[in-house]
Design a protein around this ligand. Sequence first.
Ligand SMILES: Nc1ncnc2c1ncn2[C@@H]1O[C@H](COP(=O)(O)OP(=O)(O)OP(=O)(O)O)[C@@H](O)[C@H]1O
Length: 443
Amino acid sequence: MVDDDPALGEMCTELLKSKGYAADAVTNGADAIERISKDPEYAIVLTDFVMPEMDGIQLLSKIKQINSAIDVIVMTSYGTVSSAVEAMKHGASDYITKPFKRDELVLVIEKILQMQRLEGEVDRLRSELGEKYTFGNIIGESPKIKKIYDIISHVSGTEANILIQGETGTGKELVAKAIHYNSARNNHRFVKVDCSSLTETLLESELFGHEKGAFTGATKDRVGRFRKADHGTIFLDEIGNISLAVQAKLLRVLQDSEFEAVGSDESIKVDVRIIAATNADLEGCVEKGLFRSDLFYRLNVIRIFLPPLRERTEDIPLLAAHFLAIHNKKNRKTVEGFSRDTLNILTSYAWPGNIRELENVIERAVILCKKNRITPEDVPLYQEKMGTRPGLSGKPLQELLEQTERQIIINTLEANDADKEKTAKILKISRASLYNKLNKYKI
Ligand SMILES: Nc1ncnc2c1ncn2[C@@H]1O[C@H](COP(=O)(O)OP(=O)(O)OP(=O)(O)O)[C@@H](O)[C@H]1O
C-alpha cells in the first residue's frame, strides 16, 4: 500500500490482515520500489495516484520493470476518471476511487488474487498435462468428468452394451474409444459408423454388408462393419436416427449375435460389443414410436451421460491449455498462454458446440495471435456474445437473475447428492417452491 497519508495506509493494511492477507504500507514510491526489489513475494501494489516526488504512473512503470507479475491498483480521487483511464493504459490492473468503503477494497483485491490464481493454474496445468487429469485422450479434472473416468474403468472390463448420451462435441466418441482400448477387446478393431450420414439402404449395407447385385450400385460383395468389428467394438454414432427396419436387424444382432448381409440368406455370427451414442432424447423417441423400446433396453444396459461443457467450466482452462499445446505444435507457433480477460471470456461463454467448438476457437486464436499470450481480440466472434461480466452481456436483468438462480439450485443439489429436502432447507425455501423451480428451470 503506497500512500502519503500514513493513516490510510494503516487502515488498509489492518483491514487486509484481518482478512488473512499479508500487507504493509509505505508513504512514497521510492520505499515501495526498495521493498519490491528485495522481496519477490509481493503480489499486488495499491498506490495513490497523486504523490509528491514519484507519482502513481511513474511508480507503476518502475514496478512493471522490476516484476511484471505484480498487479498494480491505482487509487484516484472522485471525479478524476481520466487519471484512472491513463493508469489502466499504462498497465494498471484496476483502480479504486477515493474515498472507498472497506468492502470495496477487499473486493478489488480479491478479484485480482482470483485472476492471479487462474493464471497460475493454467501455467501449472500446462506443465502437468499429459501426466494427470487424463484418461486416454480425455482431459478434465472436474468432479463430473472424474465420475466418467470411474464409469469407464468399471465398464471396460465388462461386456455390457453401452449407451452414451450427450450434446454434440461433448466427447462421446472419445469415451467410446477409451472404453474399447481399456477392454479385453483392445487387440481387435474399434469400428465407427455414423448412422446419421447414410440413407437407410446404404446404412444397412454399411453395417451388415451386401452381396453383389443386392441393389442398384452393388457391383461386388461387401463386408459390413459388424464383420470388420468381430471380436472388437462397434461404435454406432447418432443411433437415434436409424430407421425401424435397420433397428429390427440391429436388435437381432444384439439378441442372437447374428445377421444376414443384404441380399443373402446366409446367417453370419459375430462377437461384437456395441457402444451406441446419441444426442437425442431416446426415451422421447421410444414414446413417439420412432425407436423400438426392446432395442432401447438392450442398448441401454449402461448409460453414460456426458455433461455439456457449460456444466463443467472448471475444465475450461485445462482444455484450453491442452488445445493450445496441440495447435502451437501444429502451426509451429509458441504462444505461451491466455491473458486473464481471455480466460474470463472463455469460462463465461455457454459453448453450445461444447469441446469441439472450444478447440476450434483456440485453434483460430493460436493462428491469429501476434503476442505471446492470446488476448480477447484473438477470439472476436465470441466477445460480443459473452461479455466478461454478467452485466455486460446485454441480457435482461430477469434472465440473468434466473440463470443465476438455476445454477445455485443445481450446485446445491449436486453438493447434497440431489437431496431435495436438504437443498430446500439450505436455500431456506419451501419444498413446494423448490419443486416449482425445478419444473420451471427444467432441472
Ligand atoms: N474431455 C476431452 N478432452 C479432450 N478432448 C476432447 C474431450 N472431449 C472431446 N474432445 C475433443 O472434442 C472433439 C469432439 O469430440 P467427440 O467427437 O468425441 O464428440 P461427440 O460427442 O462424439 O460429437 P458428435 O455428437 O458431434 O459426434 C474431438 O476432437 C475430441 O477429441
